[in-house]
Design a protein around this ligand. Structure first.
Ligand code: NDP
Length: 286
């Protein structure tokens, strides 16, 4: 079924979403602060709105793909939002998301929060998925339309859930990406190109998910048994990574953050526990 929608925010993500909705036969009205970003989409069949108010007027469902929630206020402040469903697919903190839900409710609109879990080229592709949270009836009413951009995974009525899941995924992703760059920098100090190190790094990255099941058991039970890779041994290695970074002149912020977790776990008497005991330090419980 074809459903008209409005999409505001035409960065890489917004543009990919518009193309996907158009390809599936949905009429899309677009608005973007930098108007020229809409040109190619208009050629592909989207309708350009001249103002945010005109864009919102055009459809009941208004998708936002903006840098953050502050941008939502910049764009929608003063616009009549009564009766609209705002699906905000922008990243931000749970706190700001809750405030936005209240702000929209005061204006007679409902908020469905979304977190898109793929980069722009994969929007709408097999395996793409999007976290949603907010009123269940609102999600149910729009899930078929939203399925165009990725499998809709509904997490619950609490607006912050989709944002929390999104940030949790990015927490792991961003840290791993920074770690990958840091380890490449380390071998580069010996003149080794990243390409020569890549096969080993790939093997390492692939192996990380094999730790998941045991880690989940430890985290959920609060028990961290294990003498194969305990906190003392892993912490000594974390010291060596910091030492190698210092002696080669690399930035040490990232390895020092990891070293700090191990040191505090040792100080808390968890030296003989599995490295997963770091979780208790992160959680403020050790
Ligand atoms: P960009 O930051 O490139 O684009 C954001 C859009 O927000 C642009 O259209 C920009 O307008 C608009 N914008 C920003 N600030 C304002 C403002 N104050 N007033 C009006 N418009 C504003 O983001 P992406 O398209 O890459 O991503 C959109 C969202 O999706 C982000 O929250 C991001 O975290 C999330 N996301 C991104 C992924 C990615 O791989 N890129 C993957 C998954 C999620 P203008 O064109 O005028 O600058």
């Amino acid at each position: 079924m074809s459903t008209p929608l409005t999409l505001i925010g035409l960065g890489p993500m917004g543009r990919a979403m518009v193309r996907t909705f158009l390809a599936q036969g949905h009429p899309v009205t677009v608005w973007n602060r930098t108007a020229s970003r809409a040109d190619a989409l208009v050629e592909q069949g989207a309708t350009r709105a001249d103002t945010p108010a005109q864009a919102v007027e055009a459809a009941k469902v208004v998708l936002l793909s903006l840098t953050d929630y502050a941008a939502m206020h910049d764009v929608l402040d003063g616009v009549d939002l009564a009766g609209k469903t705002v699906v905000n697919l922008s990243s931000d903190t749970p706190d700001r998301t809750l405030k936005a839900a209240a702000w929209l409710a005061e204006r007679g609109a409902e908020l469905l929060v979304g977190g898109v879990m793929v980069p722009a080229p994969l929007v709408g592709a097999d395996g793409a998925y999007v976290f949603y949270s907010g009123p269940k009836d609102v999600f149910e009413a729009h899930k078929d339309l939203l399925a165009a951009i990725g499998r809709p995974d509904y997490l619950g009525e609490d607006h912050t859930l989709a944002q929390l899941f999104y940030q949790a995924q990015l927490d792991c992703f961003l840290t791993a990406l920074a770690g990958m760059l840091h380890s490449m920098a380390l071998v580069k100090t010996a003149g080794v190109p990243a390409a020569a190190f890549a096969p080993y790094l790939r093997d390492n990255l692939d192996s990380i998910s094999t730790y998941l099941d045991e880690t989940v058991e430890h985290v959920d039970s609060g028990q961290h048994p294990g003498d194969l890779a305990n906190v003392i041994m892993m912490g000594a290695t974390a010291d060596h990574v910091v030492g190698a970074s210092e002696s080669t002149g690399l930035d040490t912020a990232l390895p020092k953050a990891v070293q700090s977790l191990y040191r505090r776990a040792v100080e808390a008497g968890r030296g003989r526990d599995s490295w997963t005991a770091l979780y208790e330090v992160i959680n403020g419980r050790s």
